[in-house]
Structure formats: structure tokens, C-alpha cells
Design a protein around this ligand. Structure first.
Ligand code: ARG
Length: 468
């Protein structure tokens, strides 16, 4: 075995151990393959810990300086590619400590005073996630900006609105896109909320019970930018709620991206033909020369399952664990890292798609809303405005629709005489009221699709995006 952290006879562990690990178990046990991701945070945490130890007189300030310099050397070596731990290092924490001891000798052995890998790994993970949350927020904002740009350009474009994927009522396209802005805004709020509970420091809980070493938890916490510290040492080393919470929030981001993806995929089909994909974000077929495939939204839709799966995995991982630390926790990392990577990549891909990967086809959209029965509710509303009870109007229009279907025509094709025969309340202004644009403009209720309402919302979003 390649020499232990402590230099004990069996490798990593104390002299209690006489034999090294079985090679398969060594590999099975190790997390170094994936937890090197935490290297920067591990170094940051150790630097804060070393400084704190000097501040309370546990080590001298000269020793602290040496430790900090040694840790910065490891950072440099990692940047240069010369810090390359192997399986025998087990994890990032041991790898750093081992290198530090190799660099500094006996002083290096003082770093781990008053802490355990249990509070250390929790600290690293929280520092890592806090940084990543800020990056993800930036990506979500970029996607919001891209959606806003499209919405802004399509303030007066119409699009069929659906329920049950059946034509329901026409909409302003900007209104449709702004619905996704709302979802993404909730996602950002949720992630901010998660950040609050990530930003609590477990360092100093040591293995599980605290430590007799005079440490200053508030100092390390504030050095590392944490808002506060865990109050209970057992909870500090056993809490992985924040991993679950992040993955749950990320799952909702993915659900939203997946719904948007599904719409883009449908819109890009020949059947809908509401958008054109640009060459920058679409692919061809290896066999069928005419094909242009929406791979980006399909991949986003497909990757959603991974994040949902990680949520299930994490929930199952913590369920039934006794206090305090259990090695099961090592399983949090790959789930968390992959959930983050996937969510971030998908958010960026969707941002690029809306920035330069697709363009709406207003002519097609205009034609679509003009050739269906999605103005049927408006005929009923027309009668309601003239004193007819809604249910009666609803029945009457239903019969008219059936008649039109039999005669293979649209509501607008019926003459005023024909309408008047059906009900005397119909007047010459009916046809105007049935035009898709008029139908959209009429839905002025708060939160409705009327152009003036959508303009108000766009103005609010413009402000919000400027401020955030
Ligand atoms: N690699 C471990 C993990 O990811 C670090 C903590 C190990 N603690 C322990 N008591 N074995 O959880």
C-alpha cells in the first residue's frame, strides 16, 4: 500500500490495523474517483480550520502559516496537474492531508486536530453546493432572458392555446412564453431558499459529539462565509436534507425544462410547424436526408429522469440511517454532482436554443388560429354580454359547432342571417368579435392573454430581469 496518512504500518489507519485492505475492497471503499470535485472546498475549509486553531492557541501562528502555505501548494499542484491522488488515498480529504504531511513533515500532522472527516466532508459539500447554486441561478436567469427576448418580439403574434392537447382558445404567443418565465422564477426562488439551509456550518462537530479541543466554530463559519452554525453536533454530521432539497428543486427545474422541450419538439414537427430550428441547434439523420431533428429538447426531456432518479436515490439513502455518520453518506456525492451538472447543462442548452436555435413562424401561427373552433367560447360570451344565461348560450353554440362540422365550415363562414335565426341577440358586430385577434384582445381579466395585459407583464419582467 502506498503509505498511509499517518504512516502507520497498515497504511491509512491507526496502528490498530495490521493488514492492508483487500484490493477490491480498497477500490470499493474509495471515493477519490469522484470526490476530487470537492478539492477547492476541502482546501478552503482546511485553511479556515488551521487559522482558527492558531487563533485559539492550539497551534502556533507559525505552524498555521506553514499549513496554509502547504495547502496553497496543493492547490497550485492541482492546477498544474501534478497532484494526482490514487485509490490508496481513499478520498479527497486523506489525499490532501497525505500530501500536506509529505510537504511539511510533522507540522502537517497537526491539521486534523479537533475535527473529523465527518464534519469536514459536510463542510466541503455545503461550500461546493453554495457556489454551484449561484452558478445555476445565473443560468436560469440567462434562460429567462432568452425567453423574454422571444416574448418581446412576439407581443402580437398569436398561437393556439390547448387543453388536453385539443385546440381550446387562441393566445398571445408572448403570454405562452411568459408562463415559463413564471415557472423559472419559482425555481430560482426555491433554489435561493435551499441556499439558506445549505449555508450552515457543521465544522467543529468533529466525529459526532464535538471536541475537547478549544475550537472557535463561529470563526471558521464566518471565515467560510456561512451564515450560522449547526446547533447540534449529531445533526451537523448527519444532515443531508440539503442534498435532497437541492435535488428536489432541481427536479422541478428539469420538469419545467422538459415540458418546454416537449412543446418545442411538437412545434418543430411538420404537423404543427410553429417553429423552425436553426442549423446551430439541430441535427440530421444518418439515413434520411430530409430530416432535421430537435435533439436538444429531446435530450433535455430524456435527462430529466436522471435528476428525478437521484432524488429518489438520495431519499432512500437517508431513510433508516441511525445517527450519526454512516458510510452510506458517501453515496450523496455522485447523485448531487450529477443532478447539478445535468440541471445546469440542460438549462444552458435550453438558453442557447431560445437565443439562437429556433424561430417562430408567425404566418403559420396566424393561419392555425384562423382555421379552428377556438373562438366558440367567444360566441357564447357574446350572448352572455347580451343577457343570455351562460349555460343556454353554451348549449346553443355547441349545436352550431356540430352543424359547422357537418357542413365542413367554420363559425365565421355562417352568415349573419343564419346566426340571427339561431338567436335574435346576434348583430352585425359578431363576425368582428370572432376574429382571433379580437378574441385574444378581449381576455382582459388580470393575468389574461389580452395584448395590453401581456404588455404590462412584459414591462414587469423587463424590470425584474434588470434588477436580478
Ligand atoms: N469519503 C467519505 C464520505 O464521502 C468521507 C467521510 C468519511 N468518514 C468516515 N467516518 N469514514 O462520506
Amino acid at each position: 500500500m502506498a503509505g498511509g496518512v499517518t504512516g502507520g504500518s497498515a497504511g491509512t489507519w491507526s496502528d490498530r490495523f495490521e493488514q492492508g485492505l483487500h484490493p477490491f475492497i480498497e477500490a470499493f471503499n474509495a471515493s477519490i474517483r469522484f470526490d476530487l470535485t470537492l478539492l477547492q472546498e476541502d482546501l478552503d475549509g482546511s485553511i479556515a480550520h488551521a487559522r482558527m486553531l492558531a487563533s485559539t492557541g492550539v497551534i502556533s501562528s507559525d505552524e498555521a502559516d506553514q499549513l496554509v502555505q502547504g495547502l496553497e501548494t496543493v492547490r497550485r499542484e492541482a492546477a498544474e496537474g501534478t497532484f494526482q491522488p490514487g485509490l490508496a488515498d481513499e478520498d479527497v480529504h486523506f489525499a490532501v492531508e497525505r500530501r500536506l504531511i509529505a510537504l511539511l513533515g510533522p507540522v502537517g500532522k497537526k491539521l486534523h486536530t479537533g475535527r473529523s472527516r465527518n464534519d469536514q466532508v459536510g463542510t466541503d459539500l455545503r461550500l461546493w453546493l453554495r457556489r454551484r447554486l449561484d452558478e445555476l441561478d445565473g443560468d436560469l436567469q440567462r434562460l429567462q432572458r432568452a425567453l423574454f427576448q422571444q416574448a418581446d418580439q412576439h407581443r402580437s403574434t398569436l398561437i393556439p392555446g390547448y387543453t388536453h392537447l385539443q385546440r381550446a382558445q387562441p393566445l398571445c404567443l408572448a403570454h405562452h412564453l411568459l408562463a415559463y418565465m413564471e415557472m423559472l422564477e419559482r425555481d430560482r426562488q426555491r433554489l435561493r431558499d435551499v441556499r439558506g439551509r445549505v449555508n450552515i456550518c457543521p465544522l467543529g462537530a468533529a466525529a459526532l459529539a464535538g471536541t475537547p479541543v478549544p475550537i472557535d466554530r463561529r470563526r471558521t463559519a464566518s471565515d467560510l462565509g456561512f451564515e450560522t452554525i449547526y446547533s447540534n453536533s449529531l445533526d451537523a454530521v448527519s444532515d443531508r436534507d440539503f442534498c435532497v432539497e437541492f435535488t428536489a428543486a432541481a427536479s422541478l427545474v428539469m420538469a419545467h425544462l422538459s415540458r418546454l422541450s416537449e412543446e418545442v419538439i411538437a412545434w418543430a414537427s411538420e404537423e404543427f410547424a410553429f417553429v423552425r430550428l436553426t442549423d446551430r441547434c439541430a441535427t440530421g439523420s444518418s439515413l434520411m436526408p430530409q430530416k432535421k431533428n430537435p435533439d436538444v429538447p429531446e435530450l433535455v426531456r430524456g435527462k430529466t429522469g436522471r435528476v428525478f432518479g437521484h432524488l429518489q436515490g438520495l431519499l432512500t439513502m437517508i431513510k433508516g440511517l441511525p445517527l450519526a455518520y454512516n458510510k452510506d453518506f458517501q453515496e450523496d456525492k455522485e447523485a448531487l454532482f450529477d443532478a447539478f451538472r445535468t440541471t445546469r447543462d440542460c438549462t444552458e442548452a435550453m438558453a442557447i436554443l431560445f437565443e439562437e436555435g429556433l424561430s417562430f413562424r408567425p404566418e403559420r401561427l396566424e393561419q392555425a388560429v384562423a382555421t379552428d373552433f377556438s373562438n366558440a367560447t367567444d360566441v357564447a360570451d357574446y350572448l352572455v354580454a347580451r343577457g343570455v344565461p351562460f349555460r343556454e348560450a353554451y348549449q346553443l353554440v355547441g349545436a352550431v359547432v356540430r352543424r359547422c362540422l357537418d357542413e365542413n365550415c367554420l363559425l365565421r363562414d355562417l352568415s349573419l342571417e343564419a346566426w340571427k335565426e339561431l338567436h335574435p341577440a346576434f348583430e352585425a358586430d359578431l363576425h368582428e368579435a370572432l376574429a382571433p385577434r379580437a378574441v385574444v384582445a378581449a381576455r382582459r381579466s388580470e393575468g389574461g392573454t389580452a395584448f395590453e395585459r401581456v404588455d404590462e407583464q412584459l414591462a414587469l419582467w423587463a424590470q425584474r430581469l434588470q434588477g436580478s
